[in-house]
Design a protein around this ligand. Structure first.
Ligand code: G16
Length: 545
């Protein structure tokens, strides 16, 4: 039986604002923090229902808007193995969020219970956390009301990174089993990662200090803590750590700023010495962007594609050295944003697949391999080891000392890598391991292949939902006729490639273009952006930028 009167009383305190249509998008709900109260309450109820549906297994809720500006906020649900919410439940989230009145909301709750055959007598268990956004505390209290309304047992993980919340969900659900993911605490996460890192670089030359731009977000707190565990095994210089300064989050810093602008955060300009390794996290520390200044002082970016190239090749080599080449197939997943040069480089080494934007798509595609590497160009990614691969690694008998060493490295990597979701800290440690093993500088890493010049622009249009895509978002099916115009334009640019897709996290349409030379890539992006703007009733303020 649903606790209807309890639900009603709480729901009345969190009315849905009229005239707003919410959508569970690329990474959950995401919009201005000031209009999310009712959404958070309802997500609390949904999280309880999801847990009941899964027989009381713990579900996660993360309150964050990641790379978005500080005034935005958002919320996403995490399933029991630490992965994103099952896609078929996203529609329930959207229906619940948009029910206009308390009565309508209760009707949707009822329908979800019936449709998904929930046994309401089951317990509901939910762990939740939030990033450092000023709107976070109030939104969490709306979420807590939702959790109380549905009678969930809760655990508050406090202010934490998105990947740590995902880790906690998996650790809680696997506690005491053969698949135990680690101690179910933030401390357990730091111990697991730092322990694996130290083993992996034992006997190697210690890395030089790395400069970390923490985007003035929660990554600053987590980096500080893991740094204490790592000690001098990886000296860190933390920058942009102002987590309580109003307006500082992601402002002129962070992984998205670096990737989109293809430039250094201005705050690092006087601090970085040529050749010194540096990286940026985003607002919830699930994305990572590396870079350095070359000897002429020019900015050189090592994005998600370069990270994929570095780590996938390393894993392929280890699998071969361990004598597991025939049994363990490594595959790589990218999106349309992957630089054409990276796809070419990687396709020569392992199978490469392209899927739609969004970790959830990449994650599921990666699960089809024994070892699935996935990275978005924006620095979001991880590596998944299938259950049978983990078993193989623990039982395989090496024939030579070299095989044994490679096998040990692989096992330690399975502990270092946060397999639940992209994780800036875990990915950074992974990159540092590979650079240390290969004795690579940033320049040597960068020379694996040369990026095709590319440009990403945003266009504000009247209705981004008018843009529909196919073929892993590489082609537009609507508005009618626009794709043909893009094709005609692209043909005029040597090495040209361009695509248009609606963002799932911001109210914009994104345009990506690459070409053989810089000026052409820029021109192609702005001209395709112009086509989008003209065709789709652009907002006067929204000219391509
Ligand atoms: C989220 C998703 C990513 C996606 C990004 C941009 O990242 O988790 O998979 O690439 O949004 O998506 P879109 O182009 O649809 O706006 P984050 O770091 O903001 O959570």
């Amino acid at each position: 039986q649903l606790p209807s009167s309890q639900l009603r009383a709480y729901a009345d305190a969190h009315p849905k604002p009229p005239n707003i249509e919410y959508q569970y998008g690329t990474a959950g709900f995401r919009t201005l923090g000031s209009v999310l109260d009712s959404v958070l309450f309802r997500v609390g109820v949904l999280a309880g229902l999801r847990s009941k549906r899964l027989e009381g297994r713990t579900v996660g809720v993360m309150v964050t808007a990641s790379h978005n500006p500080e005034q935005d906020n958002g919320v996403k649900l995490v399933d029991p193995r630490g992965e994103m919410l099952e896609a078929s439940w996203e529609q329930y989230a959207t229906f619940l969020a948009n029910a206009p009145t308390t009565d309508a909301f209760l009707d949707v709750v009822d329908a979800v219970v019936k449709n998904t055959k929930i046994d309401l007598s089951r317990p509901a268990r939910v762990v939740y956390g939030r990033d450092t956004r000023p709107s976070g505390a109030e939104l969490v209290s709306a979420l807590e009301d939702g959790l109380k309304a549905i009678g969930a047992e809760t655990r508050n993980a406090g202010i934490t990174t998105t990947p740590i919340l995902h880790y906690l969900v998996r650790a809680i659900n696997t506690k005491g089993t053969a698949e135990s993911y680690g101690e179910d605490s933030e401390e357990g996460y730091y111990l697991k990662l730092s322990g694996a890192f130290k083993k992996l670089i034992a006997g190697k030359t210690k890395p030089e200090p790395i400069v970390i731009d923490c985007a003035n977000g929660v990554g600053a707190l987590a980096a500080e803590k893991i740094s204490q565990h790592l000690g001098d095994s990886l000296p860190m210089i933390l920058e942009n750590t102002a987590t309580t300064t109003k307006g500082a989050l992601n402002y002129q810093c962070g992984a998205d700023f670096v990737k989109t602008g293809q430039k250094l955060p201005p705050s690092l300009a006087d601090k970085l010495k040529p050749g010194q390794r540096a990286c940026s996290f985003d607002g919830d520390a699930d994305r990572l962007m590396y870079y350095y200044l070359d000897e002429r002082g020019h900015f050189q970016m090592l994005d998600g594609d370069k990270i994929a190239a570095l780590v996938a090749s390393f894993i392929v080599d280890l699998v071969r050295l361990a004598g597991l080449e025939k049994e363990v197939k490594v595959g790589l997943i990218q999106t349309a944003y992957a630089n054409g040069a990276s796809t070419k480089y990687l396709s020569d080494r392992l199978p490469v697949k392209c899927v739609s934007t969004g970790v959830k798509h990449l994650h599921h595609a990666a699960e089809h391999y024994q070892i699935g590497v996935y990275f978005e160009a924006n620095g979001h990614g991880t590596i998944l080891f299938s259950r049978e691969t983990l078993e193989k690694l623990s039982t395989h008998e090496p024939n030579t000392p070299a095989q044994s060493t490679a096998l040990n490295h692989l096992v330690n990597l399975t502990h270092l890598i946060n397999q639940t979701v992209g994780d800036a800290i875990s990915d950074m440690l992974l990159v540092e391991v590979v650079l240390t093993h290969k004795s690579y500088s940033g320049a040597e890493w960068n020379s694996l292949y040369t990026d095709l010049p590319n440009r990403l622009v945003k266009v504000v249009v009247a209705d981004r939902n008018a843009f529909k895509t196919e073929d892993a978002e590489r082609r537009l099916v609507s508005p009618a006729g626009l794709q043909q115009k893009i094709d005609e334009l692209v043909r005029k640019f040597e090495g040209g490639r361009s695509f248009v897709r609606p963002s799932g996290t911001e109210d914009v349409v994104r345009v990506y273009a690459e070409a053989a030379i810089r000026a052409q890539a820029d021109e192609l992006a702005y001209r395709v952006g112009g086509l989008v703007y003209d065709e789709a009733g652009g907002d006067p303020k929204g000219r391509p930028k």
